[in-house]
Design a protein around this ligand. Structure first.
Ligand SMILES: Cc1cc2nc3c(=O)[nH]c(=O)nc-3n(C[C@H](O)[C@H](O)[C@H](O)COP(=O)(O)OP(=O)(O)OC[C@H]3O[C@@H](n4cnc5c(N)ncnc54)[C@H](O)[C@@H]3O)c2cc1C
Length: 418
């Protein structure tokens, strides 16, 4: 099977490169083994919240030069500050163009709510979600928070307590929704995604709107856990219109309905642009000729190889098994690319569970063009993007989605400029 570009991994990073290249007329295939980190994400995209030395970042664009001094192998350092700010701007437009409505700006982090009710800095937040301009202020003083009976992955009281600390008063409301009765019988079924499927049904959404309208009192805004809008993007707009008040969503524990919706939208845009998405297949090995990847083999296709002029590796980090850690080493399982890690296993972890964990910065080494290195030499047609890259700590620095999106746009541009 022949393509212009083969992308291994269909998460945020692989899909963004795939859309970019397919829209330019390339014939692309994405081979993806399963769910991505988006299925567990917050509904916000982080760009850069903290420098490695612990200093917080308000303006990611201004912080890149200092980041370069502290983290020489960071993907943003490889991009350089001009390219970084150009790609961050392009990313904001790209998401809007593919129908993912976000608010935010790379020149000023805003704040989003965590499932525990605290406010955390971030770059872009899905439009329907609650956000604040500062760590200690949101725009509303009176909020009505609604939940459905039996949904335990949403901690209303924590949120109420945290909002009280910043001067916002909440009333809480529990709706005993009859159409959820079959899920409630088995508490393991009472999860955000299953509930959202119920609210994808028009009659149920109408009934939900009716019950919220009857109870919301004199609040300025209604807040709901993110349990609507799995298949219908307009669910919040629809509820707002029916109820006659603004509505915002609050994050739940995973799985993430908004994250799955983003994944579904990106995949749909990729396929509309002519891309081939193969879900549930695993790339297991590859062959090389003249320092180029010539053939790729997958579990489902056995001896039938995939070949492409270029290949993008976007298989994620440990979570998606793009990187594997065994007792001796951390390795990349398809191409056995060079991976940065400490040979002393003791240095992988900090015993303080809340400290930055060194293993988070391990990842695949690349040249300045993000081409993967094998025994120190760049493979000519193999580009690396996303969470599998070396040199950054997505949790400590708050830069996970930014690295995945910016590196994806960058490698797509490298390929199309060849
Ligand atoms: C649980 C979790 C939650 C996160 N939440 C946030 C958040 O809210 N905001 C934020 O900014 N960042 C978040 N991050 C950081 C995250 O890494 C990035 O935001 C980003 O989504 C990663 O995208 P990716 O495409 O690089 O990798 P992934 O999303 O991990 O995708 C990799 C894909 O490759 C596939 N794959 C792996 N191996 C193979 C193979 N051999 N063959 C075929 N396919 C393969 C996997 O199935 C997966 O679909 C989160 C990370 C995790 C782990």
């Amino acid at each position: 099977m022949k393509f212009d570009t083969i992308i291994i991994g269909g998460g945020l990073s692989g899909l963004i490169s795939g859309i970019r290249l397919s829209k330019q007329g390339q014939r692309c295939a994405i081979i993806s083994s399963g769910q991505s980190a988006l299925h567990f994400s917050s509904g916000s995209f982080d760009l850069l919240n903290t420098l490695p030395d612990g200093n917080s970042v308000n303006n990611p664009i201004e912080a890149i030069e200092e980041l370069a001094k502290q983290a020489p192998t960071h993907p943003y350092t490889k991009l350089g500050s001009n390219k970084f700010s150009q790609l961050a701007k392009e990313a904001e437009n790209f998401l809007k163009e593919v129908g993912i409505s976000v608010k935010g700006d790379a020149r000023k982090n805003h704040f989003r709510m965590t499932p525990m009710g605290t406010l955390k800095p971030t770059w872009l937040t899905l439009e329907d979600h609650m956000q604040g301009e500062n760590a200690d202020r949101i725009s509303w003083k009176k909020i009505s928070i609604f939940n459905v009976t039996g949904f335990l992955d949403f901690y209303t009281q924590f949120i109420v307590d945290e909002l009280a600390k910043i001067g916002t008063t909440c009333t809480t409301h529990l709706i005993n929704f009859p159409a959820l009765e079959h899920l409630r019988k088995n508490p393991t079924e009472m999860r955000s995604v299953n509930i959202a499927r119920v609210f994808d049904n028009q009659e149920n959404l109408d009934e939900f709107a009716r019950q919220i309208k009857a109870e919301n009192g004199d609040c300025e805004i209604i807040a709901l856990p993110a349990i609507v809008g799995l298949s219908r993007k307009d669910a919040v707009t629809y509820l707002q219109k029916e109820i006659g008040k603004p509505i915002c969503l609050l994050p739940t524990l995973p799985p993430s309905v908004p994250g799955i919706q983003v994944q579904q939208q990106l995949r749909a845009r990729f396929q509309e642009a002519g891309g081939v998405f193969m879900l549930g297949d695993i790339v297991i090995r590859a062959e090389k000729e003249d320092n180029r990847i010539s053939r790729i083999y997958t579990n489902n296709h056995g001896d039938i190889p995939f070949s492409g002029k270029n290949v993008i590796l976007a298989t994620g980090s440990y979570f998606s098994q793009g990187l594997i850690a065994d007792t001796e080493r951390v390795y990349e399982p398809i191409f056995d690319l060079d991976v940065t890690f400490s040979s002393n296993r003791e240095q992988w972890y900090d015993r303080n569970a809340f400290a930055a964990q060194p293993y988070q910065t391990f990842g695949v080494r690349t040249d300045k063009d993000f081409r993967g290195l094998y025994k120190g030499e760049a493979i000519e047609n193999l580009y690396i993007s996303g969470a599998i890259l070396e040199g950054f700590n997505a949790i400590k620095e708050g830069c996970g989605a930014g690295v995945s999106i910016l590196s994806a746009l960058y490698v797509a541009d490298r390929i199309s400029s060849k």
